[in-house]
Design a protein around this ligand. Structure first.
Ligand SMILES: Nc1ncnc2c1ncn2[C@@H]1O[C@H](COP(=O)(O)OP(=O)(O)OP(=O)(O)O)[C@@H](O)[C@H]1O
Ligand SMILES: [Mg+2]
Length: 270
């Protein structure tokens, strides 16, 4: 059976405020899923909760990877079993060079039993691999010598996330608006790169407000989040509909979730 990431009836609160209210989502290895939904509907919350961010409290429900409950795992343990989350807003780590960060992370993911202090991937092997991947992504070699996200432009941060994806080769990846802030050429390259990294060699959840990232990664399934729930799922056509017409139809069809979303997103009730 294909590896499966299975999210059941997930309820998540932040600082005591309920955000996700019963999310069900199953992603199988090799599948591409698009996750859409208006601002503040809970998309990033889902990604952060799956990765185990400590501020996101799971009050109900389960997340399993291949039948194994991951909820008790720390974020690094989740990464070691094959999960990856590309941040909507990546954080800077001044003092830590991209190359060192990637060498440690890559070693730990490939050798999940590794303890701190044990050997890393040999420098020569790692450098060669990093160089190849950076060339593929048309990234300047200098980039790896900079501190992680420190002073990076919006676009550079997003490309750094894609480089991590390429190096870590996770089983399941959640890309949270990896297209935001990229210029037209960069977003096309990002879309191609994700396809080349091999979406058929992972399960992919692409969170996006645009259609460009999906160009080379047509979703097998599209999900719409509203008010902390997935209210509708469909094919790639659903993504196309939403890109063209927006969320008007969805909001009308699910008035309760719509009202909830307006409260969450601090929007005035229409
Ligand atoms: N750490 C936090 N502290 C306070 N509120 C939070 C926190 N994280 C999320 N929320 C709230 O949860 C709701 C959902 O936020 P989330 O970031 O998941 O939305 P989103 O669907 O990713 O939106 P966008 O499309 O704008 O990125 C929002 O009302 C947000 O303010
Ligand atoms: Mg978000």
């Amino acid at each position: 059976m294909k590896p499966t990431l299975s999210i059941r009836n997930l309820h998540v609160a932040v600082g005591g405020t309920p955000i996700l209210r019963g999310v069900d989502l199953t992603i199988r290895y090799g599948e591409t899923h698009a996750l859409m939904g208006p601002n503040g509907s809970g998309k990033s919350t889902l990604g952060l909760a799956v990765m185990g961010h400590p501020n996101y409290e799971v009050s109900e429900g389960t997340i399993d990877l291949d039948g194994q409950n991951i909820l008790e795992m720390t974020p690094d343990e989740r990464a070691r079993v094959g999960l990856f989350y590309a941040f909507q807003r990546p954080v800077a780590i001044p003092g830590v060079k991209m190359a060192d960060f990637l060498r440690h992370a890559t070693t730990n993911v490939r050798n999940p039993q590794r303890q701190e202090g044990e050997e890393l991937i040999p420098m020569r092997v790692f450098r060669e691999e990093l160089r190849t991947k950076m060339e593929q992504l048309k990234m300047d070699a200098q980039f790896a010598r900079r501190y992680v996200n420190d002073g990076f432009s919006g676009g550079e941060m997003k490309r750094a996330e894609i480089l991590q994806l390429a190096m870590l080769q996770p089983k399941f990846a959640i890309l949270d608006e990896t297209d935001s802030g990229l210029d037209a050429d960069a977003v096309r390259l990002a879309s191609q790169s994700i396809a080349e990294i091999g979406r058929e060699k992972m399960g992919l959840l692409i969170i996006t407000h645009h259609d460009k990232l999906l160009e080379h990664n047509p979703p097998d399934f599209t999900h719409v989040m509203l008010g902390g729930r997935i209210v509708e799922s469909g094919s790639a056509e659903l993504a196309e509909e939403l890109h063209r017409y927006g969320y008007e139809r969805i909001r009308r069809a699910y008035p309760e979730a719509d009202a909830q979303n307006r409260v969450m997103a601090h929007e005035e009730v229409a």
